[in-house]
Design a protein around this ligand. Structure first.
Ligand SMILES: *Cc1c(COP(=O)(O)O)cnc(C)c1O
Length: 339
């Protein structure tokens, strides 16, 4: 067995022992299969390749101090994948089957779950693909649902540090009534050019405005946005953002800490009134935002001048991580222990 350097994992792909697969044929889902190959063999006419009939999910498994593996809110990922299926006309996988597949693939790759001390986790990546020999634009008749796992390092290698983000008015991620609310690959393809531009300019990510009026905050590429003003946790309500499970969890935690949660349209101008701002998602939990530059309008909103995250962001981050790793009581029943 090869040695894994747990403390130097990146957010990249490492081959693990097994993945699990389940095909949808003749109107029903088949048995869960186990594979040790990290390639798939699909027809060149598959709808996922031509027309983007594909969805994915991302969740993590954490090893606690007690050595037990914990998965965070997988029922939410299962339900969100069903919503993605409805959105792009794929069959819905029952929640129980999704959870069974997660349990199975994690169990089979137990040796890849990073130890508690590393601060790393096992990333779980479910995907669903439209298959079949097809040229016409219509939903496929056959589908593949599969999950692979790969160990990933802590997102913040140099610690929990704020970064700068850019508003690039020349790009949209998702249309107001388009596919922004579901987790499909096409949204990501649509965000690559803007992401690359932001990186070239020295920013960690793009903060998207609503595509119609370019007035309200949408989200930060692959993560939701939140701001803190006084005792309020404020996060955008929009018809083109993906409902982040991390954001949903942070809203619950903020409320339980006695904060007021506001989920509503957030005009860009309001950024000037926030003491803290962050992006949230499974990969990093919270990425604190140091500064947001609206490059086309020559405006800048600064949230951190000392290179440190704000106190509320830090408190929320620590609390959620503590629940995920089993360091604190799971009072909301978010964690399932895998055995
Ligand atoms: C996955 C995703 C998020 C984060 O969702 P989590 O469930 O918190 O990981 C945010 N925005 C987009 C566009 C996403 O695809």
């Amino acid at each position: 067995m090869e040695h894994i350097d747990w403390s130097n994992l990146s957010f990249g792909y490492m081959k693990t022992d097994y993945n699990v697969r389940c095909y949808y044929r003749d109107g029903k889902w088949g048995e869960l299969e186990v594979s040790s190959s990290d390639t798939i063999n699909i027809h060149m006419g598959a709808t996922c390749l031509h027309y983007g009939q594909e969805s994915f999910e991302g969740l993590k498994v954490f090893k606690g101090q007690d050595g037990k593996a914990r998965v965070f809110r997988m029922d939410e990922n299962a339900k969100r994948m069903q919503a993605s299926s409805r959105g792009i006309r794929m069959p819905e996988l029952p929640v129980e089957q999704f959870e069974e597949a997660v349990r199975k693939v994690v169990k089979l790759n137990e040796r890849f779950i990073p130890p508690y001390e590393s601060g790393a986790a096992l990333y779980v990546r479910p995907i669903m693909l439209g298959l079949g020999a097809q040229v016409g634009v219509s939903p496929a008749k056959e589908y593949l649902f599969m999950i692979f796992v790969t160990p990933v390092g802590p997102y913040f290698k140099e610690g929990f540090k704020p970064t700068a983000m850019a508003i690039l008015r020349g790009y949209d991620r998702a249309a107001p009534l388009g596919t922004g609310t579901i987790k499909v690959g096409g949204n990501y393809a649509a965000s690559l050019a803007a992401g690359e531009k932001a990186h070239e300019l020295g920013y960690s990510a793009v903060l998207y405005l609503d595509a119609k009026e370019k007035k309200y905050i949408d989200e930060c590429g692959p993560a939701n946005f939140f701001g803190i003003r006084g005792n309020s946790y404020i996060t955008p309500l929009s018809s083109s953002i993906l409902p982040s499970i991390t954001n949903k969890s942070l809203m619950t935690l903020a409320e339980s800490m006695g904060m007021t949660v506001e989920r509503r349209q957030v005009a860009e101008d309001e950024l000037a009134t926030f003491q803290e701002a962050g992006a949230c998602g499974t990969a990093a939990v919270i990425s604190p935002i140091q500064r947001i530059d609206d490059l086309d309008e020559n405006k800048s909103y600064v949230f951190s001048t000392d290179g440190k995250p704000g106190p509320i962001s830090e408190k929320l981050y620590n609390k959620l991580r503590a629940i995920q790793y089993g360091d604190e009581a799971d009072e909301f029943n978010w964690v399932k222990i895998l055995d």
